[in-house]
Design a protein around this ligand. Structure first.
Ligand SMILES: Cc1cc2nc3c(=O)[nH]c(=O)nc-3n(C[C@H](O)[C@H](O)[C@H](O)COP(=O)(O)OP(=O)(O)OC[C@H]3O[C@@H](n4cnc5c(N)ncnc54)[C@H](O)[C@@H]3O)c2cc1C
Length: 378
């Protein structure tokens, strides 16, 4: 297993449970991949080192799986946003609309107001993110809540992004401010790294940290599951797949800095996208001091941690070439968010990892070749 994140840990555990000897390597000095959590030395707060992670799923098997390895406590993600010096509720809901327009509309009144008075109905066939937002919510809500944030997050103007990013009306006409709709939501009581440590705790699994896997090492193993970057496996020989990366600026505060876990900053003039105050992810703990991360988004250069795959036209063309190369390479299966160059929530990562392990076992027992992908990246 290349990578000690969720992909490597879940596949490794499944195979170890089926009698395989598994080696897990990670170039970092910790397990957990990008879900890694650790105690902040100064404040004692459990910190989501690579950005805030909230577990949510509709997949009962995955929910049972994570609960087998860690206690999940109830947690609802209620995000706020600051726009032009005022704080609003997110995702844009009836509270946001009433606050923003200084009204006290009921759901059907608000629906009529947005779709008939605010939405730009002259746009018949929206082609870009900007047109789609103007068509759905109109100029005022678009400029207050979508435009600046999107520019900061993706480093380009919403008129350069496809309409498909905003698939449906991105507004709720009730007071539901729970960010996710999923049936199961929660936070691991002791963090994700504690959970992944238990998943990896098996006599047939050896974990080697601070070890960077290179292609030549594949010969030492019967099969490799690779959860690192797909282009990195081939030494970027065809070019680099584009990613956004994040910079986190840590600061501490005595007391409660912002009263919630995540505060977005919607204005383009504010250079960061959001501030995470980590202690609010564990409301069952008590901490006097607080640690917060200001989050900045930018294009990932060589050497930066790849976070969000860009997946625009150029990247998809290049991705196609790497997929062809991978299909021609035997003995390795590409998995996870970097191996398949897709944004994957944790529950999807676990689902796909369980399926990949089972797919591998089926191939072996049926004498079939193990494919380069159990989930095609395109
Ligand atoms: C900012 C951010 C916020 C997110 N928030 C949420 C959320 O709220 N809820 C949710 O469900 N999901 C969230 N996710 C998604 C979640 O992070 C992923 O689902 C998960 O990390 C995928 O696990 P993985 O094992 O595939 O990849 P990773 O966690 O990236 O693990 C890959 C590992 O491989 C190692 N590696 C790479 N190349 C090599 C090499 N050559 N040799 C050795 N080791 C190597 C890396 O060091 C890394 O540890 C978020 C993601 C991001 C980026």
């Amino acid at each position: 297993m290349v990578g000690a994140g969720l992909s490597g840990a879940v596949i490794g555990r499944e195979l170890a449970d089926h009698g395989y000897q598994v080696t897990v390597v990670d170039s970092r000095d910790h397990i957990g991949g990008n879900c890694h959590t650790e105690r902040d030395a100064e404040t004692g707060v459990l910190v989501h080192v690579y950005g805030p992670h909230i577990f949510h799923t509709d997949d009962e098997e995955v929910w049972t799986y994570v609960n087998d390895y860690e206690t999940f406590l109830p947690f609802k993600n209620r995000v706020k946003t600051t726009s032009k010096g005022r704080v609003y509720s997110l995702p844009v809901n009836l509270h946001t609309i009433n606050q923003f327009f200084g009204k006290a509309m009921r759901p059907d009144e608000a629906y009529a107001f947005i779709t008939e008075e605010q939405a730009d109905t002259s746009i018949e066939d929206p082609q870009t993110f900007e047109e789609q937002a103007l068509r759905f919510v109109g100029k005022e809500l678009y400029e207050a809540f979508f435009k600046g944030y999107t520019i900061k997050q993706w480093g380009c103007h919403p008129s350069e992004l496809p309409a498909s990013i905003l698939k449906r009306l991105p507004v709720r006409f009730n007071y539901d401010d729970n960010y996710f709709f999923h049936k199961f939501q929660g936070m691991p009581e002791n963090g994700y790294t504690a959970m992944i440590e238990r998943i990896l705790d098996h006599p047939a699994i050896t974990v080697k940290l601070g070890v960077t896997f290179e292609r030549g090492m594949a010969a030492e193993f019967d099969h490799v599951f690779y959860s690192g970057p797909l282009d990195g496996y081939f030494d970027y020989s065809l070019g680099r797949l584009g990613y956004r990366t994040l910079d986190f600026e840590r600061f501490t505060y005595s007391g409660d800095y912002q009263g919630c876990a995540v505060m977005n900053y919607a204005d383009e003039a504010v250079p960061f996208t959001r501030i995470t105050e980590h202690k609010h992810f564990a409301p069952w703990e008590r901490h006097e001091k607080s640690v917060c991360y200001r989050e900045y988004s930018r294009f990932a250069e060589a050497g930066d941690i790849p976070y969000y795959p860009i997946r625009q036209v150029r990247e998809k063309e290049l991705l196609g070439k790497y997929v062809e190369l991978a299909d021609r390479t035997g003995g390795v299966t590409f998995v996870g968010r970097l191996g398949t160059y897709r944004y994957l929530d944790m529950d999807v990562t676990i689902r796909e990892s369980l399926d990949a392990a089972r797919g591998f076992l089926a191939c072996i027992s049926n004498g079939r070749a193990v494919p380069a992908f159990f989930q095609r990246p395109l």
